[in-house]
Design a protein around this ligand. Structure first.
Ligand SMILES: Nc1nc2c(c(=O)[nH]1)N[C@H]1C(S)=C(S)[C@@H](COP(=O)(O)O)O[C@H]1N2
Ligand SMILES: [Mo]
Length: 318
């Protein structure tokens, strides 16, 4: 794959020392992961070793975090949805270790001032300061978790690429590599997995790109090395293992919406008043707890995001 260095960085964005140190730490972490991946290629090593985590630093705490109790690392990394590795909750932890995430490039293209190009992951992450953001993740299947993500605002990245006025939506694609993603050998969904946000949703300060959780790089089952987290929407919007970010004019067709349009809308805002056709969305089961709890509008983030949807009928635009 062609790797171009980012020419999008302007002099105003030249890395200061703090960023440089952080980037150096990230690169150190990344090369550790590469060693783990190399070790995993030996026939006597379990493939899962490829998913070894590395520490990330420095990480600033975020004022956007919830103070709810975190789910355990074990819950977060063993109960997953990642259909590229199978449809059972245990499948991603079982099979995602075989995915190679080094090297990793992200194609950024479309209505932007910066050149369309394949950007090395280090260049995508380079200038962005990392934060720990403890967010609720609410799956459309009516379970939820609280996850201490490590990431940075998607808006910071978007501004770096200078979208033009024609960029009204941001479209994301997951890696398509059936040799390492066994779920992609079957037509469970239209591959690659695609998601998208309207530009104001993408720029909202709650929307982040995550590179880690619990202070370390992501395990593959959680979407290594780079995934979206949109805390007020059902989990399927938070696309994993991103290889393409496109700035487009028209609303994109997204994977779950295409596969079952009456069940999975484009907007996918968490909404206890609009049920899924096959089950209620009024309450949820927090993984690790016994009693169900009431689901809150916009997953509890209404104060911050409700204004994005004023004038929109959320029953029709589910
Ligand atoms: N590429 C890809 N991204 C995906 C999915 C998927 O199957 N493939 N599942 C989504 C769904 S339905 C949920 S609930 C969350 C789960 O994230 P987690 O496993 O890190 O908790 O990832 C989302 N992102
Ligand atoms: Mo989900």
């Amino acid at each position: 794959m062609l790797i171009k260095r980012t020419p999008a960085v302007r002099s105003s964005e030249i890395t200061d020392e703090r960023d440089y140190l952080r980037r150096r730490d990230f690169l150190k972490a990344a090369s550790g992961a590469a060693l783990a991946a190399a070790a995993a290629a030996l026939p006597d090593r379990p493939l899962r070793a490829a998913a070894a985590q590395e520490p990330l630093a420095p990480i600033a705490p975020s004022p956007f975090s919830t103070d709810e109790r975190w789910n355990s690392f074990r819950d977060i990394t063993s109960y997953n949805n990642f259909y590229e590795f199978g449809t059972e909750k245990e499948d991603p932890a079982r099979h995602a270790g075989q995915l190679r995430t080094k090297p990793w490039t992200v194609r950024v293209e479309g209505h932007i001032g910066a050149p369309d190009a394949d950007y090395a992951l280090e260049d995508i992450l380079g200038p962005h300061a990392l934060e720990e953001r403890v967010y609720r993740l609410r799956c459309v299947e009516a379970w939820s978790m609280v996850v201490p993500w490590v990431g940075f605002p998607l808006g910071d990245l978007i501004r770096r690429f200078e979208p033009t006025s024609r960029a009204r939506f941001v479209r994301f694609e997951t890696l398509f590599r059936p040799s390492e993603m066994p779920g992609q050998r079957r037509p469970i969904l239209q591959w690659p997995y695609v998601e998208a946000l309207r530009m104001d949703e993408a720029l909202h300060p709650l929307t982040i790109l995550a590179v880690g959780l619990y202070g370390k790089t992501l395990l593959n089952q959680n979407g290594a090395p780079l995934r979206l987290v949109v805390p007020w929407k059902y989990g399927f919007k938070s696309i994993k293992s991103i290889v393409r970010i496109q700035f487009v004019e028209n609303r994109p067709r997204t994977s779950w919406n295409v596969s079952a349009p009456s069940e999975y809308g484009f907007w996918a805002n968490v909404n206890p008043h609009v049920d899924h056709p096959r089950w209620s969305q009024k309450n949820e089961r927090r993984i690790g707890r016994f009693f169900r709890q009431e689901t809150r509008m916009f997953n509890g983030y209404a104060d911050q995001v409700a204004r994005l949807y004023t004038g929109m009928d959320l029953r029709r635009n589910y």
